[in-house]
Design a protein around this ligand. Structure first.
Ligand SMILES: Nc1ncnc2c1ncn2[C@@H]1O[C@H](COP(=O)(O)OP(=O)(O)OP(=O)(O)O)[C@@H](O)[C@H]1O
Length: 635
């Protein structure tokens, strides 16, 4: 069976499951008859051709366009998370049906370019961040529904957006500024309560807040004086910081200029003349400031000499000068170098990571690789915003994630701002990690180890505990010796052997260790240091599992989880399947992802009324274990 055939088969299963959730017009409430073929097996795609109804386009054996229009679908919008395994799906239409209820969660389909839901009976407010995950969205049509409330601002967040049709709904309030750039490609007619110059109705002035309305004249004067005093203080403080930084920067410094590396072939060919010396002191704020001449072209070529090169479209630009003015804080010192949090004066908090000994690629190859990373768009990948190339070291700039890393959440105790992670959160994190990893495999097929450095401190958590992978795809710019020393996937069993080399499954091994870490709450490195040097985390888990099923293996912080123990056991199996030392018997990423996607917060058929339990007793767990499981664990 070829890989393409295996993928096609699994896409068939995905569509078949999705079909089962659809309600057509038939009185029995079953799926529309037109889709019956989806349930009879076969493959939706044969190469680039398709014979399945409503699968309109395939590429390389994968579904790209799904058009479920005019099927008289009833009931609530279907759960689009079921389509998440269709990794190549770019266009989805559920238009011209009778779907009712709320706007469906589209975040499980981050790669979607075209979304059509026109002419249904969908209603209610759309969450403001509903489209935030769809960073490559090009066209969206929600016209002819009953949506109300404000237009979600995230609808304009994709830099690739070409057209938006929201006509004939009940949207109200100001039209998001971000839609202005689309000009005539925004349809807003038939929404009586929208306002702003895009619809020709002025918005009412914001009502005065109750406190200011009630405050006395004397109070107003006091507030004004306080604001003036704070503002003057802030200006003096900023001036002081800049003066101090400049005074200390007595060597040639990074320039404050910025350059954008576009998508054009030329953009990757950055030519540099001389490299200025760089002074970066250990600890505290980097001392590398001081504006030097602005960016420009030399000899008709782009010059990224000592400047930040931006690789993300649609991001606000800033220079090293701005980073210098930012308040900075050391986040930690990793294997590559230190990371700093820098909060721009009037902008977001960023992370600047210094990479030393990253000499696996020359400047042009480095720039080309960064350009490729800049094209990656996925809700579970922390985007690299900008980089700076110096011979001696490189800087990568990313967003700062206020909830910190998964390592911190799991092992930081009271130092973590998060409460202990419960099972649903841990499952959500593992799903996101696996999806992010799968996206890297898909988008970077030329890399043997698409991530290479997957570990819990490189999994960052956003405000909703959605995980974002960081420090990925660095192998091409690191020397093999350095990779073997510091990168996690290069410590997998196949690499540890004399003359061993990483393979396509080395990242899967890291995923397995991460899963076991999440389930057991044990920190893999610490575990070894605590006197178990003969084994690793996977070996320990395996030995406990071989002897007898026991709740001991699971992190006690998950106690109180209702009815999810069977699902935890299934995830443990996935972890062990990924941690199989024999690389030939180790699971592939596709299999791991498919099994992870199947997992639910609660066991199937679990009794909701069951009391909060601790973990299964040995007897209960053994009874719930699928036959033959014990053998697979001992493999
Ligand atoms: N974007 C970010 N937002 C919030 N915290 C971050 C961010 N990037 C890194 N961190 C945290 O800063 C600390 C230092 O990170 P750094 O990447 O330098 O080291 P590391 O992950 O421990 O090791 P390595 O260099 O091997 O990746 C870690 O605790 C990491 O989780």
């Amino acid at each position: 069976v070829t890989l393409a055939a295996a993928q096609a088969k699994s896409e068939a299963d995905v569509l078949s499951e999705f079909r089962a959730t659809l309600r057509g017009p038939d009185p029995d409430g079953g799926p529309p008859a037109e889709l019956n073929q989806w349930a009879t097996g076969g493959a939706p795609c044969d190469g680039n051709a398709t014979s399945w109804p409503r699968v309109r386009r395939c590429v390389d054996g994968r579904v790209v366009v799904l058009q479920l229009e005019g099927l008289r679908l009833q009931g609530a919008a279907p759960d689009l998370a079921l389509l998440a395994p269709l990794r190549s799906l770019r266009s989805l239409s559920l238009s011209n049906n009778s779907l009712a209820g709320a706007f469906p969660d589209v975040s499980p389909l981050p790669a979607l370019r075209f979304l059509f839901l026109w002419q249904n009976r969908l209603a209610g407010e759309i969450p403001d961040g509903a489209f935030a995950a769809l960073r490559g969205l090009q066209r969206v049509d929600l016209s002819g529904n009953e949506f109300s409330g404000p237009i979600p601002s995230s609808i304009a967040s994709s830099a690739r957006l070409l057209s938006v049709n929201l006509a004939n709904n009940n949207f109200s309030g100001p039209v998001p500024e971000g839609l202005r750039r689309l000009g005539a490609n925004v349809q807003l007619q038939g929404n009586k309560f929208l306002c702003g110059d895009m619809v020709g109705t002025p918005c009412p002035p914001a009502p005065p807040s109750s406190s200011s309305a009630s405050s006395s004249g004397g109070m107003k004067v006091l507030i004004t004086i306080a604001i003036v005093v704070i503002a003057v203080g802030a200006v003096l403080a900023v001036a002081g910081v800049i003066a101090a930084v400049r005074a200390r920067c007595n060597e040639p410094c990074y320039s404050g200029g910025i350059e954008t590396l576009g998508d054009s072939p030329d953009a990757a060919k950055v030519k540099v003349t001389s490299a200025p010396a760089v002074k970066i002191e250990k600890g505290g704020t980097d001392q590398h400031g001081g504006a030097t001449p602005a960016a420009g072209k030399r000899g008709g070529r782009r010059d990224d000499h000592g400047k930040l090169v931006f690789i993300q479209e649609g991001r606000a630009r800033f220079g090293l000068e701005d980073l210098l003015r930012a308040s900075a804080e050391v986040l930690g010192s990793g294997n590559f170098g230190a990371s700093y949090k820098a909060t721009l004066l009037d902008g977001p908090a960023l992370v600047v990571k210094r990479f030393k000994d990253m000499n696996g690629a020359g400047r042009e190859d480095f720039s080309e690789h960064m350009r490729r990373l800049g094209l990656l768009v996925h809700p579970n990948l922390l985007p690299v915003i900008a980089y700076l190339y110096k011979k001696e070291e490189k800087l990568l700039v990313t967003d700062y994630m206020a909830n910190g890393s998964l390592a911190h959440a799991l092992h930081g105790g009271t130092r973590s701002s998060l409460p202990p992670l419960d099972w649903p959160k841990r499952l959500k994190i593992i799903k996101g990690v696996a999806r992010g990893l799968a996206h890297l495999y898909e988008e970077l097929p030329m890399l043997m180890v698409p991530h290479g450095h997957l570990k819990s401190s490189n999994v960052l958590l956003d405000a909703t505990c959605e995980p974002l992978l960081s420090d990925y795809a660095l192998a091409p710019v690191v020397t093999p010796q350095h990779a073997a020393q510091v990168m996690v996937a290069y410590k997998s069993p196949e690499c540890a052997a004399q003359g061993g080399r990483p393979g396509r499954k080395s990242d899967v091994w890291s995923l397995g260790i991460l899963i076991l870490e999440v389930l057991t709450g044990k920190f893999p490195a610490n575990y070894l240091r605590r006197g178990h040097a003969d084994t690793d985390l996977a070996g320990w888990v395996n030995s406990v599992v071989r002897e007898e099923w026991t709740g001991e293996v699971f992190d006690k912080d998950m106690r109180g989880t209702r009815s999810g123990e069977g699902e935890m056991v299934k995830l443990l199996q996935v972890g062990l399947g990924c941690c199989e030392p024999d690389v030939h018997r180790r699971w592939g990423l596709e299999e791991a992802l498919a099994r992870i996607e199947e997992l639910r917060e609660r066991d199937t058929g679990a009794d909701d009324s069951s009391t909060a339990s601790s973990f299964l007793s040995d007897g209960e767990a053994a009874a719930s274990r699928p036959a033959g499981e014990q053998q697979s664990h001992s493999a």
